[in-house]
Design a protein around this ligand. Structure first.
Ligand SMILES: [Zn+2]
Length: 328
């Protein structure tokens, strides 16, 4: 009698963001069979974050009808400096109180009873779009994740390109020399105009200067402490002038930054994802395409622009893919 083919065992994926932790249980062909979301703790440093990540994964596995230790492995897409071999994360800037190297893989493995591997959040999300999402038809692509910051991931000639570990930082391409101050301490970066954190800081300065905007009222009404993507979307729907102006500047900056990256790399496609990208959707992908055109050197065959098809779950699915391909 032929041996029965082993059933694919599910893997876990975690997208660790500055605002939320998205957990997913991923089965055959990248199908999500359980998911859960928890807010990222704003106090308590890496230990509190580890606990919240473990909780999110427990909830996701229970939604899938299994226990965490039944997962073959768990992948975590993390911000900051990720040392994949050591299983540590340092300087996760958007996560409060996380500076030194923290052994995230070992701590999570202890809490959840299975193997844990780490990857860079943006790289794993780009790989997920390449393998399973909007990037499937292409051999080269640039993933642009428009959210709290602006992250970039690259696939060149069918393979992820990470440079010496720090490639893809499209958010820190200079779109205006001597321009707006960026969270990284430099000036004129794309992220200083298009990152949600920078846009919020700019909106607060405009309010201090006496301008009126509904942004912060919408934020309070929704019980939020930050200008989330949903808050921006609502303000735009209401025709809020400050929100429109800041978003217009973000789109202009994205157009210039992405076009510059494409002038260098000549990729087949650009995939737009991230919290704001996903929330604002197709009309804004079209606007970014238009904003790119004046800056493209070879403008008779621009790269294809697509909205991410995995959306909010892309990071977690990508992290689960990392758990599949990496042994340690
Ligand atoms: Zn910067």
């Amino acid at each position: 009698m032929p041996a029965q083919k082993p059933k694919t065992t599910p893997r876990g994926g975690i997208d660790l963001g500055g605002t939320k932790i998205q957990a997913a249980v991923v089965g055959a062909r990248g199908k999500v069979v359980g998911e859960a979301r928890e807010p990222t703790p704003t106090a308590g440093g890496p230990l509190a974050v580890t606990e919240a990540v473990a909780l999110a994964m427990q909830l996701a596995t229970s939604a899938a009808g299994i226990k965490p230790d039944a997962l073959t492995a768990i992948g975590v897409g993390s911000p900051g400096n990720v040392d994949e071999r050591a299983g540590t994360v340092a300087q996760a800037r958007n996560v409060s109180g996380w500076d030194g190297a923290f052994p995230l893989a070992a701590k999570l493995s202890e809490a959840l009873g299975t193997r844990v591997v780490l990857g860079n959040d943006v790289s794993v999300a780009t790989k997920a779009e390449f393998d399973l999402g909007a990037g499937k038809p292409y051999r080269s692509l640039l993933g642009v994740f428009w959210g709290t910051g602006v992250g970039g991931g690259l696939i060149l000639d069918g393979r992820p390109w990470v440079g010496r570990a720090a490639a893809g930082e499209i958010g820190h391409m200079v779109v205006r020399i001597g321009g707006r101050l960026c969270g990284c301490g430099r000036r004129g970066c794309l992220e200083a105009y298009a990152g949600r954190a920078s846009m919020e800081a700019k909106a607060r300065r405009l309010v201090d200067q006496g301008e009126h905007t509904a942004l912060f009222e919408i934020m309070q009404k929704r019980g939020r402490t930050r200008l989330t993507s949903g808050v921006w979307e609502r303000a735009l729907q209401q025709g809020d002038k400050v929100a429109q102006r800041l978003i217009d500047q973000a789109v202009e900056a994205l157009g210039a930054g992405i076009a510059s990256a494409d002038n260098l790399l000549d990729v087949e496609a650009v995939i737009i994802g991230g919290g704001l990208g996903t929330k604002l959707g197709e009309p804004y992908v079209e606007r970014i395409r238009e904003a790119m055109m004046p800056h493209l050197f070879v403008d008779d065959r621009p790269p294809e622009l697509h909205l991410s098809t995995l959306g909010d779950l892309g990071g977690a699915i990508g992290a689960a893919l990392v758990a599949k391909t990496r042994k340690s």
